[in-house]
Ligand binder design. Structure first.
Ligand code: 13P
Ligand code: SF4
Length: 319
């Protein structure tokens, strides 16, 4: 053993991150909430894994003192809006979202002013400042249900996802003014490669998240939020699926249905673009460090928090 190897062996004991995280969780009275798009080792450690709606419901109901959010910024921020007295930690503060980034609050405010007489329904994938100027929040699992409850004479601006917005318009027959935003993961799937996959796997069903482009949704045999897709694969009599959403969800699909085959829908380019680069910023090491150090912590301006809370509460009542 050379000197460097000797020093490493003596000074840097390797940590069993999973056990350390579980011990810290107990010590801090924390709950770990994880989205399905997190890497599988984080999903396996979490107290609860869910889609955006289920995670906000869990965050609203938790009795833990600390919420450790293994997801992206807008999700942890929503947990903080619902729990101002609790500490909310996010392993990497840079874990953003292309939808949230593509809809700055001052620009949405200007859009509202240019189109008076509209109510604003915002997809939960947006900043607290955008929520604060919205009338109702929705997620991919309750969007159709929420729009259906809005009186027919009310004009609607829908932000920030144009693909989800277009899908809701088709399902409900309601006209809406759409903000021109999209998810960098769900807009990446290649129609041409999916057709090729369908030819090679004739029994496979194409299932898609409503954030996908219209051409993919038109071809899909089932459309739903991440939880709805998971439930569909578990309950379906089919044994093969082409999955057009972030591929992290396949971990739970495979766990629930080990005998079934799940094929990630391929992106247009030769890249791993069906992995969300923001979600994947969180790692087991960062999860451990954020719990050990008690940061990065989500903080919010109290005025914005109170304004953002109203449309979230309305969503929870309406869904
Ligand atoms: P859901 O969790 O509502 O399925 O949304 C997926 C997503 O893209 C979250 O960022
Ligand atoms: Fe945002 Fe898309 Fe990533 Fe979800 S998958 S966090 S919508 S960029």
């Amino acid at each position: 053993m050379n000197t460097l190897e000797f020093k490493k062996e003596i000074c840097i004991p390797s940590l069993d991150l999973a056990s350390e995280i579980l011990a810290l969780k107990k010590k801090m009275n924390a709950v770990i909430l994880a989205h399905y798009y997190q890497e599988s080792e984080i999903q396996d450690l979490a107290d609860f894994i869910g889609d955006s709606l289920e995670l906000s419901k869990r965050a609203a109901a938790t009795e833990a003192d600390v919420i450790v959010f293994a997801g992206v910024h807008f999700m942890a921020e929503t947990a903080k809006i619902l729990n101002p007295g609790k500490k909310v930690l996010l392993p990497d503060l840079n874990a953003g979202c292309s939808l949230a980034e593509g809809c700055p609050a001052p620009m949405l405010k200007q859009f509202k002013e240019e189109h008076p007489g509209h109510i604003v329904i915002s997809y939960i994938n947006c900043s607290a400042a955008v929520k604060a100027i919205s009338d109702i929040i929705c997620t991919s699992s309750n969007a159709v249900k929420i729009v259906e409850q809005v009186p027919a004479d009310k004009k609607i601006i829908f932000a920030p996802d144009r693909n989800l917005g277009r899908y809701i318009m088709k399902k409900t027959g309601r006209e809406m003014l759409l903000w021109d935003g999209s998810c960098i993961v769900h807009e990446t799937f290649s129609d041409r490669k999916i057709i090729q996959l369908k030819t090679e796997n004739p029994n496979a069903l194409l299932i898609a998240h409503p954030e996908c482009e219209e051409v993919i949704l038109n071809r899909a045999e089932f459309i739903g939020s991440t939880s709805a897709l998971l439930k569909f694969t578990a309950e379906s009599t089919s044994n093969e699926f082409i999955v057009a959403t972030e591929e992290g969800i396949i971990h739970q699909m495979q766990k629930l249905s080990p005998q079934k085959k799940f094929i990630p829908a391929p992106p247009d380019a030769n890249c791993s673009c069906n992995e969300c680069p923001y979600m994947k910023l969180n790692t087991l090491e960062k999860l451990y460090l954020c719990m050990k150090d008690g940061r990065p912590e989500i903080t919010l301006d109290e005025d914005i928090r109170q304004k953002a809370l109203k449309p979230i509460q309305l969503m929870l009542e309406m869904s």
